[in-house]
Design a protein around this ligand. Structure first.
Ligand SMILES: [Fe+2]
Length: 153
């Protein structure tokens, strides 16, 4: 995601994209997942994760870190927290606020691209070797064409 963010920031340089904020968001947006899950026996939600969710935990973690950085600019701190808060895009998908800066809009799409591509790649990888088409992907409501590129996945 950070690599995508870097490329996109470079592309949108001409409109003054804040590359630092975008890359910071790409790296930190899911940082709260460190505490959202428990890894002791198997991966499962922790009590903190179930009660607070990774967006709230992430904002707390960032606030905690920023406390120790002297004179960190208030606006920057707010914008970084907004990246975390809004990265799921809509309230329906768990963001208390939708993206309200161009960087936050971009981060939401980068997250979407990354999860879609990885999800489809993993889906195709589980399919029968030698088939040209996957089975039906219920969530995305389509078959995917594997063709002859399966070995590369
Ligand atoms: Fe997330």
């Amino acid at each position: 995601m950070a690599r995508l963010a870097d490329k996109i920031a470079e592309h949108y340089q001409y409109i003054g994209i804040d590359r630092d904020i975008l890359i910071t968001g790409a790296i930190l947006h899911d940082i709260g997942k460190i505490s959202e899950f428990d890894y002791k026996v198997k991966i499962d939600y922790s009590d903190e994760g179930r009660l607070l969710n990774h967006i709230v935990i992430g904002v707390q973690m960032i606030e905690e870190k920023l406390k120790n950085i002297k004179n960190f600019p208030d606006e920057q701190a707010l914008l970084i927290k907004h990246m975390i808060v809004s990265h799921h895009g809509t309230r329906e998908f768990g963001s208390p606020e939708p993206p309200k800066t161009i960087e936050a809009v971009l981060l939401n799409y980068i997250d979407e691209i990354d999860s879609k591509v990885n999800g489809i790649r993993e889906f195709i990888a589980k399919e029968n070797p030698g088939e040209k088409w996957t089975s039906f992907h219920r969530l995305l409501e389509r078959f995917f064409y594997i063709g002859k590129n399966k070995e590369d996945l």
